[in-house]
Design a protein around this ligand. Structure first.
Ligand code: PMP
Length: 388
């Protein structure tokens, strides 16, 4: 028997329902499809990492850590950013450990966006951005990426045109989920010119920072002093160390920005669990795991792309992330959602419609696969996809 709820809050996010990731994952389970939908590895992390966490717990590091995170971990993060991108953040005042990148993003928006402020979002966009902007009382202003022979690019002239006196913040993401595109040096210089005479802040979601392929470099905004001085840099250990379920990440920003960030952080999460921070701090002393990650994933990307090279699915460029998008217009004229469902139920491989990354559900005939999977899983999926 169902009862009618007597107390229903007025929704702050009336248009939000179950996410496409949950929908596709349960459809995949129901139909025993190979799940290349949601972005997480199906292989184990390095056992040395949980061993270090277990050691920290056994050593009784089980009480609250300092609000911004364990100093050992913040120092390792600062040292990594200095070594890889050449920017020295102060571990005491400029780095905060977060409960995953998602909490970092939400906290940035809550700290910076006042009611009625505009935040520019590039679509397709990771799904937490718009909800977080709205919960902060902000107004998302959209600019769509353009799809050409080189893949997806940001039309910076349109970004420039959308900047007004009300623009508080620009949300950026490179390497980009879902398109696999990355910022080029030209993107960076154009962006620098666009924001130079404005007060616009930047939230730079760099959770895939260590997955950039073909010898290209990740253009972290921290590399570029003129951008770094107005930017929050966001990253996630979940992506880098194959532990998405741990939900530990960090935000780095100049001290004045970080001070405001921490005012919100101390009340919306206060801090992040101690033993995982200590385990990560020990593990990070060796740079090899993050320095070799691009090579590891590039092999998987190449295996997956080679398997689809002769299929009717047209491969879009994939310069970074663990996502490969394909244009399926030679196979079907179904909508992206219908195609992704059909692929799951009839072909046995789950994918995510790229339309789910747009507020208005733009249709381009493209779906996204995640290749952060064991080679055997990818080969199994390829056998099924090659039937197309
Ligand atoms: N940003 C992007 C672009 C992502 O793809 C994801 C994870 N799917 C996140 C943020 C969230 O990372 P975390 O799990 O650390 O919150």
């Amino acid at each position: 028997m169902t009862t009618t709820a007597r107390f229903v809050p007025i929704s702050k996010l009336p248009e939000v329902g179950t996410t496409i990731f949950s929908v596709m994952s349960s459809l995949a389970a129901e139909h025993q499809a190979v799940n290349l939908g949601q972005g997480f590895p199906d292989f184990a992390c390095d056992p040395a990492l949980p061993a270090k966490v277990a050691q920290a717990m056994a050593d009784n590091f089980n009480q609250y850590p300092p609000m911004p995170g364990m100093p050992q971990l913040r120092e390792q993060i600062a040292a990594k950013i200095q070594a890889v991108y050449g920017h020295q953040y102060d571990a005491n005042t400029e780095i905060t450990v977060t409960a995953g990148a998602t909490q970092g993003i939400m906290t940035i928006l809550l700290a910076c966006v006042h009611a009625g402020d505009e935040v520019i979002v590039i679509e397709p966009a990771y799904d937490s951005y718009v909800a977080s902007i709205k919960l902060a009382g902000g107004i998302p202003v959209f600019v769509s990426m353009e799809l050409g022979p080189e893949g997806y690019t940001i039309p910076w002239d349109k970004v420039k045109a959308r900047i007004t006196g009300k623009t508080r913040l620009l949300m950026l993401n490179s390497p980009h989920n879902p398109t696999g595109s990355i910022f080029s040096a030209t993107d960076i210089s154009t962006l620098t010119d666009i924001v130079r005479d404005t007060q616009v802040l930047i939230a730079s979601d760099e959770v895939y920072e260590h997955m950039v392929y073909d010898g290209q470099r990740h253009e972290s905004l921290s590399r570029h002093p003129e951008l770094a001085e107005r930017s929050f840099i966001i990253s996630s250990f979940g992506k880098t160390y194959h532990v998405t379920g741990w939900k530990v990440g960090y935000v780095a920003a100049p001290a004045a920005l970080m001070a405001e960030f921490r005012k919100v952080h101390q009340y919306n999460v206060f801090t992040v669990n101690t033993p995982m921070q200590l385990g990560l701090a020990h593990y990070m002393q060796d740079p090899a795991p993050y320095l070799t990650l691009a090579g590891f994933y590039q092999k998987k990307r190449d295996l997956f792309r080679a398997g689809l090279a002769n299929s009717k699915l047209r491969l879009l460029p994939c310069a970074g992330t663990y996502f490969q998008s394909v244009d399926y217009s030679a196979v079907s004229n179904k909508s992206e959602l219908d195609f992704a469902r059909w692929l799951t139920t009839d072909i046995g491989v789950a994918a995510i419609p790229v339309s789910a990354f747009y507020q208005q559900g733009q249709e381009s005939g493209i779906v996204r696969f995640c290749f952060a999977k064991q080679d055997a899983t990818l080969e199994h999926a390829l056998q099924r996809l090659q039937k197309l």
